[in-house]
Design a protein around this ligand. Structure first.
Ligand code: GCO
Ligand code: MG
Length: 443
């Protein structure tokens, strides 16, 4: 099929409401102007910190020496966002200005090795911000969406799952029904635990749990019992069609995880996520040998030492990496290809603490990789869209990429400035959650 020019697609209205016509015309002009030009050099690197919604988002902008040619990358690590900016401005910027912007993997390897110590969340996010911006630039230069640079579509649109949560089981079930009515085929279910600080559900006020300290409390056993009840009710009231997912969020002990994975087998989950912590991934061998519950892991991973064994030994079914925590699109497209060889599917982390640029990168991988599994979806609120135009479009539970070059996203920096990082006693770091006896837990 003849590739329709961007202007052609504008005329057909195919992109209406996605990126403004003016922006698209400007991008088309840039694409025409830069084709055949000498390779663009990196002229400037800046960090856009913004909090239009509830979480701190970090986006890196790379500007080249060719007029109007720039790109954006997601570098969002919301709990330590104040550290990612300096990692970009103090270290990557002086290292990269003047280098060619079109040698993406070379730049990635150079950045990855430039700190000597590596594979950590702050530096990986900084590298991701640059890396994704270079993919954006490449797309803008070519006049192609990034998914085309990765080989084009394996599917028309991206199937997603969304989050249903509540303090009580009936509330969760009502939320699932609402999402089903909106066309979602996959829903993650989480319920609060009376008097405790569960993950993803909504706690109960008024219920007092006996504890020896003043921090929020969480106990694994009540969580396990309550979640088994939740899943049983969901199946009873919602039937077998709806694909249910659940996130353990590394909140139980490894041996409890082995048992829990077996206990939920009867509910035919689409997947059970983060049954153990990254530090305990060796337990996946025991889980795998005892049950057939589909397993997902990865949002906390930063190093090849974490994902390589799980994929190579087929110990998980879905790799759920937070793309910027692994260092950006460049490493994740390799992880996707590696996972395909072992029958592992992708389910990139897609919470509210990924910027729309990061979500666009997820969608590019989702469209272009054969072994796509499912995409976690977080709504693009009005405020988010005020700052980021061109977000992927949600319709009937599917995400649709826009066909504009690169990520197809423009960042309104004036709007971003309207929503600076909000004051927070821990600068958006997480506090502590403890067992009743005061033992700290991973949260
Ligand atoms: C998920 C995740 C998130 C994380 C959050 C941390 O499955 O989406 O578990 O909810 O808790 O991204 O900042
Ligand atoms: Mg999770």
């Amino acid at each position: 099929m003849k590739r329709r020019s961007l202007l052609g697609m504008i005329a057909s209205g195919a992109l209406a409401g996605v990126v403004s016509k003016r922006e698209l015309a400007a991008q088309e002009k840039v694409a025409r102007a830069t084709r055949g030009m000498p390779s663009p050099k990196i002229k400037d690197i800046s960090v856009i910190n913004t909090q239009p919604g509830g979480v701190r988002l970090t986006v890196v902008k790379v500007t080249t020496d060719q007029d109007g040619l720039y790109g954006y990358g997601c570098a969002t690590f919301t709990q330590r966002a104040d550290l990612v900016g300096p990692a970009v401005e103090r270290y990557l910027k002086p290292f990269l200005v003047g280098k060619p912007a079109d040698r993406i993997d070379d730049i990635w390897q150079a950045c990855y090795n430039s700190s000597y110590w590596r594979n950590g969340p702050v530096l990986n996010n900084a590298i991701s911000g640059v890396d994704q911006a270079l993919w954006d630039i490449k797309g803008r230069q070519a006049g192609l969406p990034v998914y085309q640079l990765l080989g084009g579509k394996c599917r028309e649109a991206v199937d997603t799952y969304t989050h249903a949560s509540g303090a009580e089981i009936p509330q969760v079930i009502d939320r699932v029904k609402e999402f089903m009515s909106r066309g979602f085929r996959h829903v993650r279910v989480q319920v609060g635990i009376p008097g405790m600080s569960g993950y993803g559900g909504r706690g109960q006020s008024g219920v007092v749990v006996k504890k020896l300290h003043d921090s929020p409390v969480y106990e694994p056993a009540p969580y396990i019992r309550r979640t088994l009840k939740l899943l049983e009710e969901c199946r009873k009231q919602l039937g077998d069609e709806i694909e249910l997912l659940h996130d353990v969020h590394e909140r139980i002990s490894p041996i409890q995880a082995v048992k829990f994975c077996k206990d939920v087998e009867q509910f035919n989950l689409f997947f059970l996520e983060d049954p153990v912590s990254p530090e305990d991934i060796a337990y996946f061998r025991q889980i795998r040998s005892q049950c057939a519950t589909p397993l997902a892991m990865g949002e906390l991973f930063n190093s090849p030492h974490e994902w390589t064994p799980l994929i190579a030994e087929r110990l998980i079914d879905y790799i759920r990496i937070h793309v910027s925590q692994a260092g950006g699109l460049t490493p994740c497209r390799k992880i996707a290809a590696f996972a395909e060889l072992f029958g592992v599917k992708t389910a990139w982390h897609g919470p509210a603490d990924v910027s729309p640029v990061g979500h666009a990168a997820n969608v590019a991988l989702d469209l272009a990789c054969y072994n796509f599994g499912i995409q976690e979806y977080s709504p693009f609120t009005e405020r988010l869209q005020e700052v980021f135009s061109g977000c992927p479009v949600m319709k009937d539970g599917y995400l649709w990429a826009n066909e504009a070059p690169g990520w197809g996203i423009e960042v309104n920096e004036a709007a971003a400035k309207k929503y600076p990082f909000r004051e927070h006693p821990l600068n958006a770091g997480w506090g502590e959650i403890r067992r009743m006896d005061g033992t700290i837990i991973k949260q």
